[in-house]
Design a protein around this ligand. Structure first.
Ligand code: KG4
Ligand code: ZN
Length: 362
């Protein structure tokens, strides 16, 4: 079974072909980062227009790189939530048009479910464009149930995942305010590092002293799996207001390392603690922040200390891509599920929320 996945929820236009085993035959990602960079964040209207320009060529490229014709495709999966509605609409309408024209079944995919299942993708080293040094072919996929940390630019939560459908995902705790990736991006902005801040902070932090700046993370020491990231961003911003942006490279690296250490240690600690509480032997991570080197190292180490298996997706599977959408759609199609021509683009996720936004007594 081969599924074409289409992703256009934010600032990446993606199309990919994935098979039943999670093997990625092609994964084309057209990034809009340079388009939005001058504004320090994603401009929804610019995003929609760019998706419209790129969607056709990106889908054609995904088929070409996979070396398959339309006759080999068994279904179409498209991100229909959550995200920017105008951006989502481009992918949804394109998927409907293609499914109708080719007589193929269509399924909508929740982008967050895509991130949660990205760990099942196998990227063969020969797919030059998509391959990373840590090709996952040969690594056993995780077994259900597992506990997952999803940390992206818009969402951060810890889930118990009993199976691949959205109904089998239960939130154990989520951020009360900013997402982890959002905190990386905001700190990157106040430090003058451009957008998105995550990958730059990750790089700069490597040479920095994580004890250079004392930073505390709210909710870091409670037993609850709820999280909070807006306070630490405010601490960094206050420091920059007082002392200015660090002038020396080593001082800048120290701020980045201190911030990253605080965020990644709490994420790793709560993920593993959640698995212990649930009596689950496997943890996985997903979302753009799962590409962070320090988070990957901390999760691997802490899990090992507790006799828990940590399965990490490849870097290309962490940030937004259409292969994870194709795979999540394939799971639905295989279960006999179909969506109709009334499939709509929605800004909110279908995953149940347990954590209330905002501060105050609980
Ligand atoms: O999953 P994603 O590509 O898009 C969303 O669904 O939001 O995540 C993007 C987020 C951005 O906030 C970006 O700064 C962050 O992931 N990110 C990272 C790294 N790579 C991307 N954060 C920390 N370290 C990284 N290496
Ligand atoms: Zn995402």
């Amino acid at each position: 079974m081969l599924v074409l996945g289409i992703e256009s929820s934010c600032d990446e236009t993606g199309a990919a072909i994935v098979d039943e085993t999670g093997r990625v035959l092609s994964d084309v990602v057209q990034s809009q980062v340079s388009l939005h960079a001058p504004y320090g964040g994603v401009i929804p209207e610019l995003a929609s227009r760019d998706h419209l320009r790129n969607a056709g060529p990106v889908v054609r490229e995904a088929l070409a790189r996979a070396g398959v014709s339309w006759d080999a495709v068994d279904g179409i999966a498209v991100t229909n939530r959550p995200g920017l509605v105008g951006a989502l609409l481009v992918g949804v309408q394109m998927a409907k048009g293609l499914a109708w024209a080719r007589g193929l079944p269509l399924v909508g995919v929740d982008h967050l479910v895509g991130h949660l299942l990205a760990v099942f993708l196998r990227r063969p080293a020969k797919d030059g464009a998509a391959a990373t040094p840590s090709a996952t072919e040969g690594v056993a996929p995780p077994e259900f149930p597992f506990v997952a940390l999803l940390a992206s630019g818009g969402h951060t939560a810890i889930y118990r995942v009993d199976g691949p459908s959205a109904a089998e995902v239960r939130e154990l705790g989520a951020t009360r305010d900013d997402a982890a990736g959002e905190a990386f991006d905001k700190v990157g902005k106040v430090l003058g590092l451009g957008y998105p801040g995550g990958p730059v902070i990750d790089r700069l932090a490597r040479t920095g002293d994580p004890k250079a700046v004392p930073l505390t993370l709210p909710m870091g020491h409670t037993k609850s799996f709820e999280l909070s990231f807006s306070g630490i961003k405010t601490q960094v911003a206050a420091r920059v207001r007082e002392h200015g942006i660090p002038k020396s490279e080593s001082e800048l690296a120290g701020v980045c390392a201190s911030f990253q250490a605080a965020v990644t240690s709490v994420l790793a600690k709560k993920l593993v603690a959640a698995a212990v509480q649930e009596g689950v032997r496997t943890v996985v991570i997903g979302g753009g922040v799962a590409a962070n080197r320090e988070l990957r190292a901390r999760v691997t180490e802490l899990a090992r200390e507790h006799g828990i298996r940590a399965v990490l997706p490849e870097l290309a599977s962490c940030t937004d891509n259409a292969a994870m959408i194709a795979y999540a759609g394939l799971v639905r199609l295989r279960a006999g599920e179909r969506d109709g021509w009334n499939l709509v683009a929605t800004s909110s996720t279908s995953l149940p929320r347990a954590t209330r936004k905002g501060r105050g007594a609980r």
